[in-house]
Ligand binder design. Structure first.
Ligand SMILES: Nc1ncnc2c1ncn2[C@@H]1O[C@H](COP(=O)(O)OP(=O)(O)OP(=O)(O)O)[C@@H](O)[C@H]1O
Ligand SMILES: [Mg+2]
Length: 301
């Protein structure tokens, strides 16, 4: 597989305030992104996602480390292959969507004929393209931002928190656009602090916490390899000494950590004259994995 992006051992210190206090925010961040992958850079507020992304784009200088894009140091030609949606994009809102993209296309040194219309259609803004950006909703602005990022048909698309502030419908629309880009074979890196978004969109995950990568890999493998537990729903009884996860009517849901515990719940339910309604094996969710990895990291720090 071709490595589209390699981030190697990034260290970054910001100097802030009047006294130029030093604050180290990246502590050896490394990961790579291969062709066609959709990678989620997942981490809580302040983890270092934006700093990592700005380092990749050459916007923020790093103390040390190396960034390779298509195997090369960041150059003008490498930059032309990257599309970028910043965390808080700012648009001249007295322009229409169409005018704004025309301006960006000139900035990119021209784009191929019909490309603006193509991109507007991809992000679902064809209708709105003649309206002033000032009248756009938050979701429309984010989609316009995405249109701007992909206007020059870059191969690598980097999106910083593209879904923050969007409602469920806006999120779904955004997911659908990402899926279309995936079908076109694009490579996408996007940051988020929202686990469900990452879980629904990405095939690879890089978890970042306090400037360190705490776990990375294939999302599906991560979810499957993780210790499973079971949800056992019983009816008509309550088991002494066991804490119910949920109760509704005369049904109670218990969480069993092992096969043995499942058998024990079944046995005790039968003995008390109750019924077993369901035994559902469950993998850990991404959220649970994330919280556990954070815990491990705190423990070792
Ligand atoms: N220009 C700056 N000067 C000083 N400190 C900064 C600067 N930018 C970011 N930081 C600090 O660096 C750390 C990482 O910030 P960063 O913006 O990379 O996090 P993030 O993961 O993108 O967070 P968020 O989810 O809130 O966007 C934070 O502690 C932040 O306060
Ligand atoms: Mg950020």
């Amino acid at each position: 597989m071709e490595k589209v992006l390699q981030v190697k051992n990034l260290h970054k210190t910001y100097k802030t305030g009047f006294l130029l206090e030093r604050k180290k925010v990246l502590h050896g961040v490394s990961f790579s992104v291969e062709r066609g992958q959709i990678v989620g850079l997942l981490g809580p507020n302040g983890a270092g996602k934006t700093t990592t992304i700005k380092s990749i784009l050459g916007i923020t200088p790093v103390d040390s480390g190396e960034i390779l894009i298509f195997g090369e140091r960041l150059s003008k030609s490498a930059k032309a292959k990257i599309g970028y949606l910043p965390e808080a994009p700012y648009f001249y809102d007295y322009l229409t969507g169409m005018e704004l993209l025309s301006a960006f296309s000139r900035f990119y040194g021209g784009v191929k004929r019909g490309r603006i219309e193509e991109v507007l259609s991809l992000v679902g803004l064809s209708e709105a393209s003649k309206k002033r950006v000032r009248t756009y909703s938050k979701g429309m602005l984010q989609r316009l931002g995405l249109a701007q990022a992909i206007l020059h048909d870059p191969h690598l698309i980097i999106l910083d928190e593209p879904m923050s502030g969007l409602d469920p419908i806006g999120r779904r629309e955004f997911r659908e656009i990402i899926n279309r880009l995936r079908e076109e074979g694009k490579t996408i890196l996007f940051s988020s602090h929202i686990l469900q978004d990452v879980e629904m969109i990405c095939d690879h995950v890089v978890m970042i916490y306090q400037g360190k990568v705490i776990k990375k890999g294939v999302l599906e493998e991560m979810l499957q390899e993780e210790v499973k537990f079971f949800e056992v729903t019983v009816e008509g009884v309550e088991l002494e000494g066991m804490e119910a996860e949920r109760k509704s009517g005369n049904r109670v849901l218990y969480r069993a950590e092992s096969e043995e515990q499942v058998q024990e719940i079944i046995k005790r339910t039968m003995e008390k004259g109750g019924k077993v309604r369901a035994v559902v094996p469950r993998a850990l969710t991404l959220e649970e994995i994330f919280i556990r990895e954070v815990g491990k990291n705190e423990g070792s720090a």
